[in-house]
Design a protein around this ligand. Structure first.
Ligand code: ATP
Length: 355
């Protein structure tokens, strides 16, 4: 990775006018994506991620703000004059052309010498693991293979950046997970900046160097997968990434009293919102030690999920907490519906949002 910025957005706004109303799809986004990074735009439907990507590609012009590629202002440059390529969910391969011809198409259009076409298409098919399948037609291939052909076709021109809009959305779960690992490997191998749009948090966590979590036209948090999961900047991020328990109230002397228990938040006083991940909580019948956060509750639901159980535990005030507990060798549940239990977790596993 170099220090050079591949893509910069400076306070970019996009407004649409429909039926006399102004819709702000993007409300002021600033991003700096270095060359060679795998960067994801993650957020729920309608948060503005596709619009943001379309402004990077040049399919939409921002209402305000600047777009720079490799330091050059391209805000008003058309898509075909920007050195970026895009891959969509529908791979749109040419159905009457072989794999080889699909990948070679762009190079031939640019009148690239035949020898070079041969070398570059060969190399690219090697990278996407389709060597030996040059003569196949798209209809003779699986969804995952077709997606790899689309990827090879988008990369063979060596764009400075590749934009991918939910490219794995049409694949089933197993194939999608396999392709996530493939995509990351391919990106590392070609070293091209990837900007990946998805609403799937596990997909973004698996592949990205950094993630921008978007909500309602704005970036709520920008950071690495670990940081976003362990130290969510807002309650929205904590709720959107994985499962989390949110506890709020006024802390005194580093302790927050909640119905039926206490949450230790060393060094914090006053109003706090605390998030605790379900896998950090232990469920048991014994009263936990003083140095743990602890709360009493009743098991409302147990869901068996193979490698772990998910418990919904109702507290005295009616609020529910979620606990994940790894299944033991004998796979019996630690607690059953209706059991009175203690939940406990270490002080360091209470993360005070915004701290
Ligand atoms: P999805 O995952 O559903 O594609 P998204 O996060 O990519 O969602 P966008 O497609 O960027 O969201 O849309 C953001 C907002 O802008 C939405 O409220 C959408 O309805 C609105 N919007 C997008 N395109 C237009 C348009 N051409 N005209 C009017 N409103 C639009």
């Amino acid at each position: 990775m170099t220090e050079l910025s591949a893509i910069e957005l400076e306070d970019v706004v996009k407004e649409y006018h429909s039926h006399g109303e102004v819709v702000q799809a993007v409300k002021g986004v600033t991003l700096d994506i270095p060359e060679g990074e795998f960067f994801s735009l993650l957020g729920p439907s309608g948060c503005g991620k596709t619009t943001t990507m379309r402004m990077i590609a040049g399919f939409e012009a921002p209402s305000k703000g600047l777009v720079r590629l490799l330091g050059q202002d391209v805000t008003n440059v058309p898509p075909n004059k920007r050195d970026v390529n895009m891959v969509f969910q529908s791979y749109a391969l040419f159905p009457h052309m072989s794999v080889w011809d699909n990948v070679a198409f762009g190079l031939k259009q640019r009148k690239t010498p035949q020898e070079e076409v041969k070398r570059r298409v060969g190399e690219m098919l090697e990278i996407v693991d389709l060597a030996g399948r040059e003569k196949r037609m798209p209809r003779q291939m699986s969804g995952g293979q077709q997606q790899r052909v689309a990827l090879a076709r988008a990369l063979v021109n060596r764009p400075r950046a590749l934009l991918l809009d939910e490219p794995l959305g049409a694949l089933d779960l197993k194939l999608r997970q396999a392709m996530q690992i493939e995509l990351k490997r391919i990106q590392r191998e070609v070293g091209i900046t990837f900007v990946y749009v998805t609403h799937d948090q596990s997909e973004a966590l698996t592949m990205s160097d950094r993630i921008a979590v978007m909500n309602d036209g704005l970036v709520e948090q920008l950071g690495g997968p670990h940081e976003i999961y362990e130290r969510p900047a807002t309650a929205f991020v904590a709720g959107f990434i994985g499962t989390s328990n949110l506890l709020t109230g006024a802390a005194t002397g580093g302790e927050l009293k909640i119905a039926g228990g206490r949450v230790l938040v060393p060094g914090h006083d006053g109003e706090v919102t605390v998030t605790v991940r379900p896998e950090k909580i232990t469920i048991g019948t014994e009263e936990p030690a003083r140095e743990s956060s602890a709360v009493r509750g009743t098991v409302a639901e147990v869901v068996y999920l193979g490698t772990y159980n998910s418990y919904a535990v109702r507290l005295a005030d009616g609020a529910e907490m979620t606990v994940f507990q790894q299944n033991a060798h004998d796979a019996t549940a630690t607690a059953e519906r209706g059991d009175s239990v203690w939940l406990s977790w270490r002080a360091q596993h209470s993360y005070v949002i915004g701290s």
